[in-house]
Design a protein around this ligand. Structure first.
Ligand code: S3P
Length: 455
């Protein structure tokens, strides 16, 4: 790499250049899981007393959530721990005594902050405005406005109920609802469950396709009654009993499997690689990327790490070892896309190195992430020489292709920045990644780790 993503205190570099790696070796600890870190801070805000969060992800998104928790009345102490993690101590008066924020709540680039705080604010007797950067202002919010309005909250946006900023006026108690999520989305489910905490009765969310279940596990660990019942058709109904206080607790955050995914693909696709990834979260609703890569032939071994149930809110951990592999193309269907929604970009890179065709069906939701990821993947991987085609919501990738270094653009999207940087490790020649600083949205130490494992 010739240049660093962001010199301390300086403006972010416009691009980085990645040279191919001759070998990949080493051991990495990942940043704390982003989804769990957001929820731990939000639930600490709602719980009266002191909560402790160890090893939270220290990316910009989680910091946005921490700043919003402080703006709503919690005292939030953050101690950066190095390698992309931070420990937090949150002292909150509890959700009955939070204060209306003095100004707009800035979610930055974080869709999770926007959607989940909308659910929380729906049950608080105040008016608050949630806003963010240019990317966030382009992301759909109708999916949370409809259920939260049905529960009795008042929500307004700048543009026909579709785009942030989002003004929320809460109401107490809210009405419990029975809601079927049309698009598989853990953010929508979680927004409804967080509002359901303050509803008078049982709120139900029907998920036809399952999504990450951290909110359910973490609410249960904090004393709230949450049930997940199979619906008999492959989906589930999640029920929450309103009116219970969220209890403060201490939680250790597992390493982020979505961050681990970059190294799993780097090593599996590289001809001379052997990497160890420590303490990765392997929750059944987040581990799809591991199982899909194994189905492609990736040599990944997994050793369960004993965790203290009192500290981990029921999130299983494992050490992963990944080595150079012969990959084969596979078919990935819509339910698997939902289960690996954040890992599709890096899985596409794996597919370029796999023998035969990989199809990824029903990936339209990727158009509504931090960027239009379908367009970004096609542009970046095609520039590197890959054979990628999009028809409607389906992607087809034919491999294996010897990638040749070329300019790529992250579109200011962290997962695209990291995908193209990993491509640079396995491509011939120099790959440049435009707007690489976006990696620090979820993985501030990414480029440092990349240099370490090629050493
Ligand atoms: C998240 C859910 C996913 C994911 C996002 C984090 C969460 O979004 O893409 O990065 O923490 O709940 P959707 O569930 O809306 O697809």
């Amino acid at each position: 790499m010739d240049t660093l993503a962001a010199p301390p205190g300086g403006s972010p570099a416009a691009s980085v250049t990645i040279q191919p790696a001759t070998r990949l070796r080493g051991e990495l600890s990942l940043p704390g899981d982003k989804s769990i870190s957001h929820r731990a801070l939000m639930l600490a805000l709602l719980a009266e007393g002191e909560s402790q969060i160890e090893g939270a992800g220290d990316g910009a998104d989680v910091r946005s959530t921490a700043a919003i928790a402080a703006a709503l009345g919690a005292s939030v102490d953050r101690v950066a721990g190095g390698n992309g993690n931070a420990d937090y101590r949150v002292l909150s008066p509890g959700d009955g005594a939070l204060r209306a924020p003095a100004s707009t709540l800035d979610c930055g680039n974080s869709g999770t902050s926007l959607r989940l705080f909308a659910g929380i604010l729906a049950g608080l007797p105040m008016t608050a405005v949630l806003d963010g950067d240019a990317s966030l202002r382009g992301r759909p919010v109708a999916r949370i406005i409809e259920p939260l309005r049905a529960m009795g909250a008042t929500l307004d946006t700048r543009d026909h109920d579709s785009l942030p900023p989002l003004t929320v006026t809460g109401r107490r108690p809210l009405r419990p609802i029975d809601w079927t999520t049309p698009v598989p989305s853990a953010q929508v489910k979680s927004a409804i469950l967080l509002a359901g905490l303050r509803a008078g009765g049982t709120t139900r969310v029907h998920e036809r396709v399952g999504t990450r279940d951290h909110s359910e596990r973490m609410l249960r660990a904090r004393g709230v009654t949450v049930r997940s019942l199979p619906d008999g058709a492959g989906g589930a109904v999640i029920e929450i009993e309103g009116g219970t206080a969220v209890q403060a607790m201490k939680e250790r955050v597992p390493g982020d499997p979505s961050a681990a995914a970059f190294w799993l693909v780097a090593a599996a696709a590289h001809p001379d690689a052997d990497l160890v990834l420590r303490d990765v979260g392997v929750n059944s609703t987040r581990r799809a990327v591991i199982d899909l890569l194994r189905r492609m032939g990736a040599d990944i071994t997994e050793d369960a790490v004993g965790a203290s149930p009192a500290d981990d809110a029921g999130e299983p951990l494992a050490d992963l070892v990944v080595r150079s592999s012969e990959l084969e193309g596979i078919d990935i269907g819509p339910a698997e896309v939902a289960a690996a929604i954040d890992e599709i970009p890096i899985l596409c890179l794996a597919a370029t190195q796999a023998r035969g065709r990989t199809t990824i069906r029903g990936a339209g939701e990727l158009r509504h992430k931090e960027s239009d990821r379908l367009a970004g993947i096609v542009a970046g991987l095609t520039a590197l020489g890959a054979h990628v085609d999009v028809q409607g919501d389906d992607l087809t990738i034919d491999g294996p292709v010897r990638l040749i270094g070329a300019p790529t653009d992250s579109l200011d999207d962290h997962r695209l920045a990291m995908t193209f940087a990993i491509a640079g490790l396995i491509a011939a020649g120099r790959t440049t990644v435009g707007r690489p600083a976006s990696a620090s949205i979820s993985y501030p130490g990414f480029f440092t780790d990349l240099e370490r494992i090629r050493a």
